[in-house]
Design a protein around this ligand. Sequence first.
Ligand SMILES: [Zn+2]
Length: 132
Amino acid sequence: MLPEPKYDKYDIILDGVWLGRLNDRLARNQHVSDDQLEALRISHQVKHKLFEEAKRTQDGKRLRELAVMFEELEFLQQEAWNFEQDRKFHRWFDLPGCTCPKLDNGDRVGASDERIISTDCPAHNEDPWSPA
Ligand SMILES: [Zn+2]
């Protein structure tokens, strides 16, 4: 019989499925508390569900809402990691359904506030003057 998997406070589990593991060394370096670790685990569970919905949805308005929620989640994660809340570190273009250029935007993470938005991206290219 296989041994039971051993999880600790760094492991992210959702519905019995292991989603990943928080960087324990980074957590120690950043003096992340157990409460903050819990917030981070929950934020990753929420992100997983948010991404699952983004993959499924055919509704552009909903996808844009999810894009905004993802951004909020990234701010929460920065706070829980004891980092400055700074949108230039966000990986907003990782949202499923986003068609913005991954490499060009990835190169800018942490370096620039500039975002390259595809004109056809249903998540990020909203014309505020067009009826929803
Ligand atoms: Zn996009």
